[in-house]
Design a protein around this ligand. Structure first.
Ligand code: DAV
Length: 364
């Protein structure tokens, strides 16, 4: 078995969102289920109609025509990546239909392997299995185990955050999401450390993380200590009544260029302003209101993937954002993605970068 490599040829190597991309995992629609209803979903999903939908259909497969349409989007995304010379890896198909229980909870089924971004935090040469707060996603790592083993044999580090218990002490009893304008609060207590990997975004030595319906202060502190003195972990203040993940909210795209969601970020951290970064305000998404969105908001438009400092994969219909990217000096590569976004998330959610050509640097 190989030990960690000391030269510059790590199989896993990613420090930011923009170094030239060499290898990426892309999720799959295969076997995807409608997530089974659970207490945490009231905290993450806007809109009562959605809750009713999940209460009724959770744990059953998405209709085949939706899966087919979403699958076509993923194929197009994969084709673009491969045409640009990126190695694309895929999870193994899993049976998510089994119910499971632990001493602390029981749940009707798992969900899917649509969004590796939430499951694996890849930073430097280390893969961290995230301590996820959705009971229905408790075993989602399994779809990525073969890949993690392979990367480990290739020299990567591979760890899991403390497995959460996800019993009643994890969630605020009787939680109600704040109404628009009320102070932000989330459903998680500080009983145990929790975050999804997508609550974190990398920017070299500086790592940004925001509390959400799946990330608490304990999780942030766990990550800070785990990453140690090489990194500075900053908590970003965001406003969202149903917060879930940082990557449709706050996104350092390239050195000196921070993309923000104007509805959620009121105070850009001082460190960006002090260092002369351009603060790029994401234009209002053009996605029509009639587009069914079962998991996320139309702000998923800003959930892009950078191939390098210039080339950015962006949802084809989001022409206002595409034009803004051009004005900001990027080279947008459009890809159809609305059908995937309907049941999952954007390009960033649907993937997790494994190797980018670059090193650990400070951009401030
Ligand atoms: O609707 O803005 C996006 C989640 C992305 N991982 C939203 C949540």
């Amino acid at each position: 078995m190989n030990g960690p490599k000391k030269d510059n040829t790590h199989v896993v190597n990613t420090y930011n969102e923009w170094d030239p991309l060499e290898e990426i995992i892309v999720g799959t629609v295969e076997g995807a289920l409608i997530p089974p209803w659970d207490v945490i979903m009231e905290a993450s999903l806007h809109g009562k109609e959605l809750w009713d939908f999940y209460k009724k259909h959770g744990g059953t497969p998405w209709p085949p025509e939706m899966i087919e349409a979403a699958g076509k989007n993923v194929d197009e995304f994969v084709n673009i990546l491969e045409a640009e010379g990126v190695t694309v890896r895929r999870p193994v198909p899993c049976d998510f239909t089994k119910s499971y229980n632990t001493p602390d909870f029981e749940i009707k089924s798992g969900c899917y392997a649509l969004m590796p971004r939430d499951v694996l935090l890849v930073i430097g040469d280390m893969i961290i299995e995230a301590p996820m707060a959705w009971r229905s996603r408790y075993h989602e790592h399994h779809a990525f185990k073969d890949l993690c083993k392979e990367y480990f044999h290739g020299g990567a580090q591979w760890i899991s955050a403390p497995r959460p218990q996800l019993g009643s002490k994890t969630y605020v009893e009787g939680y109600e999401a704040p109404r628009e304008g009320e102070p932000m609060r989330t459903i998680l207590t500080e009983f145990e450390p929790l975050f999804d990997a997508a609550d974190v975004i990398k920017c070299g030595r500086d790592v940004f993380i925001a509390r959400s319906s799946c990330c608490n202060g304990f999780g942030i502190e766990w990550l800070r200590r785990q990453l140690g003195t090489e990194y500075r972990v900053h908590e970003v203040e965001v406003y969202d009544t149903h917060p879930m993940h940082i990557d449709a909210t706050f996104y350092p795209l390239a050195p000196g260029k921070l993309l923000i969601n104007p509805e959620r970020v009121y105070n850009v951290p001082e460190i960006f302003k002090k260092n002369g970064w351009d603060i790029l305000t994401c234009p209002t998404p053009v996605m029509p209101k009639s587009q069914p969105m079962y998991n996320c908001s139309s702000w998923i438009s800003m959930n892009v993937v950078m191939l390098d400092e210039e080339r950015v994969i962006v949802s084809r219909e989001e022409h206002t954002l595409i034009n803004a990217f051009k004005e900001w000096g990027f080279k947008p590569i459009p890809c159809n993605f609305y059908d995937f976004e309907a049941i999952g998330g954007g390009f960033h959610c649907a993937s997790v970068d494994i190797r980018r050509r670059g090193e650990l640097n400070s951009y401030f």
